[in-house]
Design a protein around this ligand. Structure first.
Ligand code: FE
Ligand code: ZN
Ligand code: FE
Ligand code: FE
Length: 189
């Protein structure tokens, strides 16, 4: 959306735009705030995913989560690289959304019995997490582009690609492992 109205820009004595073409003033700060938010979220996930792994019954689900836990640790490190390249301190700022999504995952795990339904709940909660991360990295990568920060943008695109792949993997696991294990449970019953 283009804002046609001319608004006087506060420059605080600095150049309004230092790195990228026509990015509005304020976008850089908004961008850095967003990085702090997802940094908190990724760190919180390095503690939340192990609980999901422990609660998973399907070995395929446990594998997918274990693999993504390793990627998540790498995403924390990648964000630290981003902060370094921006000459910003790596500061985590509490992400209310991720806190809520993790609470929801914990609620589902405590309300279900171990087995295919808890697995389905873990997948559903996990996919909400991935979608939040996809939205966040998509937006932040776009901002990096607007700000002319192409190296930072490619780092953010790497994490974005991992989140998309993790989301797709969880969809696969639902179709194969959860359906298969629910058939086994019926046979055992
Ligand atoms: Fe992540
Ligand atoms: Zn957040
Ligand atoms: Fe957020
Ligand atoms: Fe993720």
């Amino acid at each position: 959306m283009k804002n046609e109205k001319k608004v006087p820009q506060k420059t605080n004595g600095k150049m309004a735009v230092s790195t990228g073409g026509n990015a509005p003033e304020g976008l850089h700060k908004f961008f850095v705030d967003g990085l702090k938010d997802i940094y908190w979220a990724e760190k919180a996930l390095t503690k939340a995913i192990p609980k999901m792994i422990k609660n998973a019954t399907s070995p395929e689900l446990a594998d997918a989560l274990t693999n993504h836990l390793e990627e998540t640790k790498g995403q924390v490190t990648r964000l630290e690289e981003v902060f370094t390249s921006l000459a910003e301190k790596a500061v985590a700022k509490k992400c209310d959304a991720m806190e809520g999504l993790i609470k929801e995952a914990e609620g589902i795990m405590s309300e279900t019995d171990k087995g295919s339904m808890r697995d389905a709940g873990i997948i559903a909660a996990g996919q909400k997490v991935e979608h939040y991360e996809i939205a966040t990295y998509g937006t932040l990568a776009a901002y990096a582009g607007l700000l002319g920060l192409s190296e930072v943008q490619s780092l953010l695109h790497e994490s974005l690609a991992e989140e998309k792949a993790a989301d797709e993997k969880l969809t696969d696991v639902t179709e194969r492992a959860v359906m298969a294990s629910s058939e086994t449970e019926e046979q055992e019953a």
